[in-house]
Design a protein around this ligand. Structure first.
Ligand code: NAD
Ligand code: UDX
Length: 471
């Protein structure tokens, strides 16, 4: 398989990954680390992103993930390459991972729910045009069920699309290999996954991909299924995880009304081994590029197949998430005497969770917009998110002129009436809260939406404190 291509270099096989994003970059780096016998090319149409992946200063990669820079430093230029040479790398590849973005469609049929597959389609067309001989195509992106069929249709028309019309017997096999990494722990998740899922109907292709993972993963953790089960399992897995967060978040409001404590409730239910402790941390709602998009996609699929009750059930998970963000915003406004006009608030944390610089769908965005709408001036601090990335989330309609980004938490808190903690960065636990208190206007508030700063310590200093899910 792929002999023609392998003869062109010293590696056993050539892997090409289309898309050098949060999934493509870390996933391919870990494959390269564990498979020195494979050549891994990560290609992207985004020139800036590729330049950043090739940055000599390894601390300046486009994606911040603990442990990632170290791996890129070890493999880059040896068996891991980042480039914009999409056509060339497709030509040379035995295996092509498609890791491009699949956001929610903004317009047209299914807008607001269905996945926009234009980047998948363009990748498939490029593969159809430039691939040679036999190539295994791996769906790494999260996709609606049956997308493999679309890809196959495009690939099967490759004879007509062939750029120079060479009769080179190109053939393709498609495998679904969804990615389950979570940002912030991507390297560890890739090195020690709970499972690897490989779906397909071509045994040789499944074996080829399984053999890659077997280089560092226990074979008992590799699950093989048919194509459609693999595609659907990814959506369902994210829906179940997000559902747990909406479930626990819905109970925070009840705790605040009744005097129960959400952490105690989570602990009490989580010790039931049937429920389990994980993913029961209440907070300002789930963010990130996946949960909302994948549930909406699931909702779209259910509606498409006429399963309206199922669609409504899952849509509620997203609705509760939005409700939690609105609820926290309203609560802050109420505590600050019902108005934010002429008030300065510090937003601590802008990434959607700790240990990532990703801000896609971050709860900080919605909550900040709600506060800005009430006339607040916001001063942001995040240890990993750059100023431009924060300010880009706002425009004149959302009062961008009232947003400032500071380089330290102390600077951000200066003259503020309140600090809103929205991301659980460890450093927020050990801040010099006494000094912070001194530079704030009084009464000085801390709103802790992540329930992780010591309330009693803050109160002793003089802060008014609101902690989610407690009274
Ligand atoms: P991303 O936006 O960070 O990266 C996608 C990259 O693909 C971009 O850099 C884009 O320029 C590039 N691209 C698009 N079309 C291209 C083309 N035709 N040729 C070359 N490059 C092209 O997205 P991501 O977060 O890495 O997500 C990728 C996929 O993985 C999505 O389907 C997502 O749902 C899924 N996923 C994401 C995560 C996560 O934690 N981010 C986890 C699991 C699965
Ligand atoms: C998620 C899935 O976990 C991962 O398997 C999939 O591949 C991609 O989507 P990610 O979005 O990167 O990963 O991070 P995750 O840790 O799942 O957190 C998502 C959001 O939920 C974050 O905003 C996080 O703060 C929030 N969250 C998570 C909670 O509020 N409580 C929890 O208990 C867990």
């Amino acid at each position: 398989m792929g002999n023609l291509k392998r003869m062109t270099n010293k590696f056993k096989q050539n892997i090409c990954c289309i898309g050098a994003g949060y999934v493509g970059g870390p996933t391919m780096s870990v494959i390269a680390l564990n498979c020195p016998h494979l050549r891994v090319d990560v290609v992207d149409i985004d020139e800036e992103r590729i330049k950043e992946w090739n940055n000599n200063d390894i601390s300046q990669l486009p994606i911040f993930e603990p442990g990632l820079a170290n791996i890129v430093g070890k493999c880059r230029g040896i068996n891991l390459f980042f480039s914009n040479k999409v056509e060339e790398c497709i030509r040379e590849a035995d295996i092509i991972f498609i890791s491009v973005n699949t956001p929610t469609k903004k317009s047209g049929i299914g807008a607001g729910f269905a996945s926009d597959l234009k980047w998948i389609e363009s990748s498939a067309r490029q593969i159809a045009k430039f691939a040679k001989a036999h190539t295994v195509i791996v769906e790494k992106s999260t996709l609606p069920v049956k997308t493999a069929e679309t890809i196959k249709t495009i690939l099967d028309s490759s004879e007509q699309n062939d750029e120079v019309n060479i009769k080179n017997n190109k053939t393709f096999s498609i495998v679904s290999n969804p990615e389950f990494l979570a940002e912030g722990t991507a390297v560890n998740d890739l090195q020690n996954p709970d499972r690897v899922l490989i779906g397909g109907d071509d045994d040789n292709a499944i074996k080829l991909i399984t053999n890659i993972y077997k280089n560092w993963i226990d074979p008992t953790k590799i699950i093989t299924t048919n194509l459609w089960s693999a595609e659907l399992s990814k959506l369902v897995s994210n829906a179940f995880l997000a559902q747990r967060i909406s479930s626990i978040n819905s109970i925070t409001a009840l705790c605040e009304s009744t005097g129960a404590n959400i952490n105690e409730v989570a602990e009490a239910i989580g010790t039931d081994s049937r429920i389990g402790r994980k993913f029961l941390k209440s907070g300002p709602g789930f963010g990130g590029s996946c949960f909302k998009k994948d549930i909406l996609n699931l909702v779209y699929l259910c509606n498409f197949y006429g399963l309206y009750e199922v669609a409504n059930y899952w849509e509620q998970v997203v609705k509760v998430n939005l409700w939690q963000q609105k609820r926290i915003s309203t609560l802050i406004i109420r505590q600050l005497f019902g108005t934010l006009a002429n008030k300065k608030l510090a937003i601590f944390g802008f990434s959607f969770k700790a240990n990532t610089n990703d801000t896609r769908e971050s709860p900080s965005i919605n909550i900040s917009k709600n506060l800005l709408q009430e006339g607040a001036k916001l001063n942001f601090y995040d240890p990993k998110v750059k100023e431009g990335q924060i300010l880009n989330e706002f425009d004149e309609t959302t009062n961008r002129e009232n947003c400032v980004v500071s380089e330290t938490p102390l600077k951000a808190a200066e003259g503020c009436d309140a600090i809103i903690v929205l991301t659980e960065w460890e450093e927020f636990k050990v801040l010099d809260w006494e000094n912070i208190y001194k530079v704030m206007r009084k009464p000085a508030w801390v709103f802790d939406s992540r329930i992780f700063i010591d309330k009693e310590v803050l109160k002793k200093i003089g802060f008014q404190v609101w902690t989610l899910g407690t009274v």
